[in-house]
Design a protein around this ligand. Structure first.
Ligand code: C5P
Length: 405
C-alpha cells in the first residue's frame, strides 16, 4: 500500500549484489511502485541494462550526454519525477561521490539534482565498509537526512565472513516502507496512538493444554498495519503467532487476563482502541501447575471455568476521549446483536461479521462485514480480503474523527 503509485528512481551502482537488486525491483513493482532505473558504467559490467529495462518497462539511463529528448535534460527530469530515490547496491565509490557532491555520471548528477528523500543500501567488502572514509561519508549522508540501511554480516563474495553484505530484500522493503511513512508529513493519523488487539486468547488448563478458538489474528494484524501506514503510532496486543512489522510495537499475550492488563495499562494514553481479538468469555478457574493425569475411574472429567473480564466493556466505562471500535462475530441476527453491543459497550463503531461459514470469517483470508457507527451509519463491505477491510475500516475511522486527509 505504502509503495503503491510511488515514483521510485532506482540508482544501481557496480557491486556484485546487483543480481539481488533485480529481484528487489520486481518486489517494488509488484507492490504498485513505478520504477525508473539509472546505472553507472561499472554496474553494467555485472548485469546488462536490458534486464532492468525489460523488468521496469522503461529505458535505463546510462549516459549524461546521450540526451534523446531535446526538450528535456534527462538527469534533472528523473530527479523531478522522483518521490523517493533509492541507491542499491551503493558502492563505496558512489557513496563517497554523493557525500562530496560529485556529478560526474548520470547517477551522481541525477542524485545531486534530487530534492526528495534518499534511501541508500550499501553493499561492499567489509574492509571498504569499515574504512573511516566510508564511515564518515555515510555519517555525512545521514546528517543530510538520507536513510542508510545497515548491511548484513555474513559470507561475502570474497569467500570470508564480514559486514558489508547486501541484506535480504524483505528487510530492505520493510525499511523502505517505514522510511516513506516517517518522511511523509501529511499522513492523517500522525500523532495518534492506536491500540489494536488480535487473535484468539488461550486459556491454560495445565502446562501443555489450553482452550482457544478459531481466530487467526489476520484481521487484527492487518488493521495494525493499515493504521501504521496512515502514520499512527501503533501498539498491537496479540494472542496470534503471526508476524508484525518492526515498527509496530507488539505485545505478545496468551490469556484474556494478560490481554486485559496489557490494554488497561496503555488505555489512558490511547486515542483509538480497536478490539478485534476473539477474547474467551471464560478462563480456566484453576490452572494446574503440572500436567493433568487421566482419571482412571471416571468416564467424564470437569474443568471449572470462570468468567473473564470483558475488556472492551470495561474500557467503554473508562472511556474519556478515546474512540472505541469493537467486533461482533455472530451466527444469526447480525445487525440486532451488533447494535446491542455498540450501545452496551459504549462503542463508537462496531464491525459485524457472520461466522460459521467456511469461506469467510475465522481463519481464512477473506471476510464480509458491516460497519455500524454510533451516529447510525451503516457501511456494507462485500466479500474481500481482510487487508482491504482493514484499510476501509481505518479510512472510516479517519472520516469519523473528522481528520483532514
Ligand atoms: O460480547 P462479544 O464477545 O460478542 O463482543 C465482542 C467484542 O468485545 C470484540 O470486540 C471483543 O474483542 C470484545 N471482547 C472483550 N472482552 C471479552 C469478550 C469480548 O474485549 N471478554
Amino acid at each position: 500500500m505504502m509503495l503503491k503509485d510511488k515514483n521510485i528512481a532506482l540508482y544501481v551502482t557496480g557491486g556484485i549484489a546487483i543480481y539481488k537488486v533485480v529481484d528487489f525491483m520486481r518486489t517494488l513493482i509488484k507492490k504498485g511502485a513505478k520504477v525508473r532505473v539509472a546505472m553507472t558504467k561499472s554496474a553494467t559490467e555485472f548485469v546488462t541494462p536490458l534486464t532492468f529495462q525489460i523488468l521496469s518497462q522503461h529505458e535505463v539511463h546510462l549516459d549524461t550526454f546521450s540526451e534523446k529528448d531535446p526538450e528535456h535534460v534527462a538527469h534533472v527530469d528523473l530527479a523531478d519525477w522522483t518521490d523517493i530515490a533509492v541507491v542499491a547496491p551503493a558502492t563505496a565509490n558512489t557513496i563517497a561521490k554523493m557525500a562530496a557532491g560529485f556529478a560526474d555520471n548520470f547517477v551522481t548528477s541525477s542524485l545531486l539534482a534530487t530534492k526528495q528523500p534518499l534511501f541508500i543500501v550499501p553493499a561492499m567488502n567489509t574492509d571498504m565498509f569499515n574504512h573511516e572514509a566510508t564511515q564518515e561519508n555515510i555519517q555525512t549522508l545521514k546528517k543530510r537526512g538520507a536513510y542508510v540501511v545497515e548491511p548484513d554480516t555474513g559470507f561475502l563474495a570474497e569467500g570470508y565472513e564480514g559486514k558489508g553484505r547486501y541484506p535480504e530484500n524483505e528487510r530492505i522493503v520493510e525499511e523502505l516502507e517505514q522510511f516513506i511513512i516517517s518522511s511523509t508529513a501529511d499522513l492523517p493519523l500522525k500523532g495518534y496512538k492506536i491500540l489494536v488487539s488480535a487473535g484468539g486468547t488461550k486459556e491454560r488448563i495445565d502446562p501443555v493444554r489450553y482452550i482457544t478458538n478459531d481466530s487467526s489474528g489476520k484481521t487484527g494484524h492487518a488493521i495494525a498495519e493499515a493504521a501504521y501506514q496512515k502514520g499512527a503510532e501503533v501498539t498491537l496486543v496479540t494472542a496470534s503467532e503471526l508476524k508484525a512489522p518492526q515498527a509496530i510495537q507488539t505485545v505478545r499475550v496468551d490469556s484474556a487476563k494478560e490481554m486485559y492488563e496489557a490494554i488497561d495499562e496503555r488505555f489512558a494514553e490511547t486515542n483509538i482502541l480497536i478490539m478485534s481479538a476473539a477474547v474467551s468469555d471464560y478462563g480456566v478457574a484453576h490452572t494446574a501447575t503440572s500436567k493433568m493425569k487421566k482419571e482412571r475411574d471416571s468416564e467424564t472429567v470437569s474443568i471449572e471455568l470462570a468468567e473473564n473480564p470483558d475488556i472492551l466493556k470495561t474500557m467503554g466505562q473508562k472511556k474519556e476521549q478515546q474512540f472505541l471500535v469493537g467486533f461482533a462475530a455472530e451466527t444469526d441476527e447480525l445487525e440486532k446483536y451488533a447494535q446491542k453491543k455498540l450501545q452496551e459497550k459504549h462503542l463508537d463503531m462496531i464491525v459485524a461479521n457472520e461466522v460459521g461459514r467456511a469461506d469467510r470469517g475465522f481463519n481464512v483470508d477473506d471476510n464480509q462485514v458491516i460497519i455500524f457507527t454510533s451516529d447510525h451509519d451503516k457501511i456494507e463491505i462485500p466479500k474481500t480480503s481482510k487487508k482491504n477491510i482493514a484499510h476501509i475500516l481505518i479510512d472510516k475511522i479517519v472520516q469519523e474523527l473528522e481528520i483532514e486527509e
